[in-house]
Design a protein around this ligand. Structure first.
Ligand code: HEM
Length: 393
């Protein structure tokens, strides 16, 4: 029987019938896609819940071939340094632009429980003098308004005890090297080698999609990279900075972070910066410390590994959940009011070298990305210092 479509009791014309059928078809297609997307989301959520579940190892596991990959990464890092020389100066391979190097005092928490009295935190109430370098993450200086990671490197001075690197025994330092995102866009050394080589060649897509095989695609890591590159805060004193990778904390493993601490410094609201200025983050630091003469305060906190939870040592793309192990304050950092923005201090700042491996055994870096950083920071630092006419400090 020939059924006729009616509208308000009258049969529809052929054009109207065509559009109605097309609309129905598209509606079903859309519904199908929504169902497919929901199924995909549920499947990947279930897969990640299974893959990202504890227990994990509390010991390092070194994969074969890491030393050779490290050598290849050093070559790529030096290639990046060569690509981004500024006039005659050779800059850092990463975090090339500083907002300033400022003096800082780090006081161990007075009420620290005995189990947390480790390494430089052994003596409650003790104050260490040090330096803090605040930076943008990019390999060459660019406007602060551009999306980027923001770094904080902290160096405690006159730290007694053997240094981790045999060649650096004169240092007597403990460094903490961080940026403002809790996890990294690669898991391990093999992935870093592939990713950084593609980036140095200017092939950004290949960094996360190295081939046609979807099993090699790193969509989750690409999303981490996107969220790491974020808008600047109003001031470098407003950020929270994470170690991202794990470290020894005495006999335990831990990550650390530095976060603004209210109540220990006079109240101060950072004036709204003019984001059109290329170096407004340096300007904000200057405004607070040098013009308004107001100190900045932070808490230095650690997050202990609970190996029964999914808190791996060998995968820096995984953020350790605070619901599995909360951050605990072990020290208070005060950046006093000071003048820091002089040509001499800025040059000295560029000539400083921070490394996760400048430190003592109680805070030894652990995990693949940290093992990689041991050789790379040293090599790049030596390379740039030699070409800048300095003896590497
Ligand atoms: C765990 C994640 C990482 C964090 C939190 C981090 C953070 C930082 C920061 C804040 C700086 C600047 C230090 C300063 O102010 O002097 C820096 C420098 C540097 N980073 Fe990283 N980084 C990470 C991973 C890596 C990796 C995987 C590599 C490559 C193997 C790397 C290579 C470098 C190099 C070569 C420098 C410059 C060293 C120098 O010339 O003194 N970083 N990093």
């Amino acid at each position: 029987m020939n059924q006729r479509l009616l509208f308000a009791g009258r049969p529809l014309g052929s054009a109207a019938r065509f559009w109605l059928r097309l609309g129905g078809l598209l509606g079903r297609l859309l519904l199908g896609l929504v169902v497919l997307a929901l199924l995909g989301w549920a499947a990947s959520a279930a897969w990640y819940a299974w893959k990202f579940s504890g227990p994990v190892s509390a010991q390092e596991q070194v994969p074969p071939g890491e030393a050779a990959m490290t050598q290849s990464i050093i070559q790529t890092a030096i290639r990046i340094v060569d690509q981004h020389r500024e006039n005659t100066r050779y800059l850092r391979d990463a975090h090339a632009k500083a907002h300033g190097c400022v003096q800082a005092q780090v006081q161990v928490a007075g009420d620290l429980p005995p189990a947390l009295r480790q390494g430089v935190f052994s003596e409650p109430g003790k104050t260490w003098n040090g330096w803090m370098r605040l930076s943008n993450g990019n390999a060459y200086p660019q406007f602060d308004s551009l999306q980027d990671a923001r770094g904080m490197a902290l160096k405690l001075l006159q730290v007694p005890g053997a240094q981790l690197l045999p060649s650096q025994q004169a240092r007597q330092e403990q460094d903490f090297v961080m940026f403002n995102h809790p996890n990294f866009f690669v898991s391990d050394v093999a992935e870093y080698q592939q990713n950084i080589a593609a980036q140095a060649d200017g092939k950004k897509v290949l960094a996360f999609f190295p081939g046609w095989d979807p099993r090699q695609w790193q969509v989750r890591h690409l999303l981490i990279a996107f969220s790491t590159l974020s808008d600047a805060p109003d001031s470098p004193t407003q950020g929270t900075y994470y170690s991202v990778s794990p470290y020894k904390f005495g006999g335990a493993n831990a990550k650390f972070r530095v976060t603004p601490e209210a109540g220990t410094c006079p109240a101060y609201s950072v004036p709204k910066p003019n984001r059109d200025l290329p170096n407004f983050l340096r300007g904000a630091l200057y405004q607070q410390l040098s013009a308004d003469r107001v100190p900045a305060c932070f808490a230095l906190q650690i997050q202990l590994q609970d190996a029964s939870r999914y808190m791996p040592l060998e995968d820096t793309s995984v953020e350790w959940k605070q619901s599995d192990s909360p951050f605990v304050t072990v020290a208070h950092i005060k950046v006093p009011a000071q003048d820091f923005d002089s040509p001499e201090q800025n040059l000295a700042c560029d000539n400083m070298a921070f490394s996760p491996w400048h430190g003592i055994e109680a805070h030894r870096p652990v995990g693949g990305i940290n093992r990689l950083r041991k050789a790379v920071y040293d090599a790049v630092s030596q390379y740039r210092h030699a070409r800048n006419g300095n003896v590497a400090p």
